[in-house]
Design a protein around this ligand. Structure first.
Ligand SMILES: [Zn+2]
Length: 272
């Protein structure tokens, strides 16, 4: 599932392809990929409109039109968004395609069909749809801000990190990586963290996300950027998906447990 770094890489790679391009036509091949809008309405909003920007909040991607509207994507499990020459063969899981005025198509492919495409008429509506917490790579995300989020909460640390309403864009991969880097057990009650631990966790979240961005995202199965290229961060993960292998820090065998319903890999030695 694409998390913050993957959605950001898609945004960055799509932008040069769509910027100042106008929409010629819209084809929806799976109507239920749309949320809150019909394909006829979407066509009406998009045809002849011109893309002016691409923005992101958490795992939401918004492609901005000159009309002020936002074409909103949430890729969920297997959604992919790429720009390809119109002559290129279509994927059999293509759900929607938008023909641009340069003989290229913005294609939304989604094998598992959990991904959603929606529409916001203006920025206010975009903010309402992409209703998520603080951006962990923004200047607002300070150790103090993280401390405020954690204060008084009895919930498990990992459950709090996964909660999109609190911190935007972290999923299973970057939660496990961040907790390992911070040397914190995923089941610790969140409110118990001291100042030093908060600072470690803050630095760990930012460094695991930045590293993934530098590596073009993590491709485990499906993820690819807007150019159709996989990332390389899967080769640099410290613990995620490595249960049974030795801890890269201390050599103890990495273990797996379930926290907040999600498979979680950690080092019982380093993350007490
Ligand atoms: Zn260890």
């Amino acid at each position: 599932m694409p998390e913050l770094p993957e959605v950001e890489c898609i945004r960055l790679t799509l932008l040069p392809h769509i910027l100042d391009r106008s929409v010629i036509s819209v084809e929806v091949l799976w109507e239920r990929t749309l949320s809150g809008i019909s394909s006829a309405e979407l066509r009406h909003k998009l045809v002849n409109a011109r893309f002016t920007d691409a923005v992101r909040r958490g795992k939401f991607l918004g492609l901005v039109l000159h009309t002020g509207g936002y074409l909103v994507f949430h890729l969920r499990m297997t959604g992919k968004l790429t720009v390809q020459p119109v002559i290129e063969e279509r994927d059999k899981h293509l759900r929607m395609t938008i023909l641009l005025d340069n003989d290229r198509e913005l294609r939304f492919v989604d094998q598992r069909k959990f991904g959603k495409v929606s529409w916001a008429d203006d920025e206010e509506e975009w903010v309402r749809i992409a209703d998520v917490g603080i951006e962990p790579l923004s200047a607002d995300f300070t150790p103090e801000a993280l401390s405020t989020i954690c204060r008084g909460k009895r919930a498990r640390l990992k459950a709090v990190l996964l909660d999109q309403r609190l911190i935007a864009g972290l999923g299973n991969i970057y939660c496990d990586e961040s907790l390992f880097r911070a040397r914190l057990h995923p089941q610790r009650p969140c409110g118990d963290l001291n100042e030093n631990e908060i600072e470690r966790l803050h630095a760990a979240i930012q460094s695991s996300l930045r590293k993934a961005l530098q590596n073009g995202g993590t491709t485990l199965r499906d993820y690819m950027d807007g150019d159709g290229r996989p990332g390389t961060n899967q080769n640099h993960l410290l613990v995620y998906g490595r249960a049974g292998e030795p801890c890269p820090r201390c050599g103890h065998v990495l273990e797996r447990l379930k926290v907040a319903g999600r498979g979680t890999t950690f080092c019982p030695q380093c993350q007490k």
